[in-house]
Design a protein around this ligand. Structure first.
Ligand code: PGA
Length: 259
């Protein structure tokens, strides 16, 4: 050893939220193989692909044995088991081999998920041994800072009853709703995002202390594409939660290559 450490890029989490895409298992497989290959090539990237329930088994098979490539689901039931037609529990997901579950995505909140439901889902995922990608974010901006109080309430209620040891299984994804699903020029500006990463860590540190607040990964989500992905890292985030572009093999590979 000559005492000089090789230059190492900082670890970056790239989580994809496929939403209701793609139509066929063949397309799903092609995207997963492309992400796996790009992740293997770029050693500082940890990728997580959150697929529709139906694709979890195939996806897990593609990810098995890979350290920096894992699979997640996009939702789960509040309960572990019972008479809940059409639901899928975090326990069942844990047996399917996924590692993460997205909880509290704004599109689910828009379907009626309250802060209380989000908290129950967080607890269900933690009970099952899986990890949570907790989505938070204001619907709109105002000049009086109400959006800060809104985000604070989302964080504190989602984490209600979560003990410090479980915080290591939580990733926070800050996704301002007004910036989701837009052309990439309408994504959040890095300086605005910087303010929010500081704010999110402050809220978490009030509850869990500064040390833990600095270990929790914070992702940004909202209109991330190949042309703007790298810019968000100037704002102190640890990674990105990518919707639309993550279900397009070419776009997600370009994003990974750009980081
Ligand atoms: P988008 O979605 O990247 O398509 O804006 C982000 C998300 O909803 O997680």
């Amino acid at each position: 050893m000559n005492g000089i450490l090789p230059f190492m890029k900082q670890k970056r989490i790239i989580a994809g939220n496929w939403k209701l895409y793609p139509d066929s298992p063949e397309e799903a497989r092609a995207i997963l193989l492309a992400v796996r290959k790009a992740t293997e090539k770029n050693k500082h990237i940890q990728s997580i692909v959150c697929v529709p329930f139906l694709y979890t088994r195939d996806a897990v098979r593609i990810a098995v044995g890979r350290k920096r490539f894992s699979i997640g689901a996009q939702n789960c039931a509040i309960e572990d088991r019972g008479a809940y037609t059409g639901e899928i529990s975090a326990v069942q997901l844990s047996y399917s081999g996924v590692s993460y579950v997205i909880v509290g995505h704004s599109e689910r909140r828009a379907m009626g998920e309250t802060d209380d439901v989000v908290n129950k889902k967080v607890q269900a995922v933690l009970r099952s041994g899986l990890k949570v990608i907790l989505c938070i974010g204001e619907k709109e901006r105002d000049d009086h800072g109400h959006y800060l109080a809104f985000v604070e309430r989302q964080i504190t209620s989602a984490l209600h009853g979560v003990g410090a040891p479980d915080l290591s299984r939580i990733i926070v994804a800050y996704e301002p709703v007004w910036a989701i699903g837009k052309p990439s020029r309408e994504a959040m500006a890095p300086h605005q995002l910087h303010e929010m990463t500081i704010f999110v860590r402050k809220i978490i540190s009030q509850q869990y202390g500064t040390k833990l607040a600095f270990t929790i990964p914070i992702l940004y989500g909202g209109s991330v594409g190949p042309d703007n992905a790298a810019s968000f890292f100037e704002a102190g985030v640890d990674g990105l939660l990518i919707g639309r572009a993550s279900a397009d093999a070419q776009a997600i590979v370009s994003i990974i290559e750009s980081l």
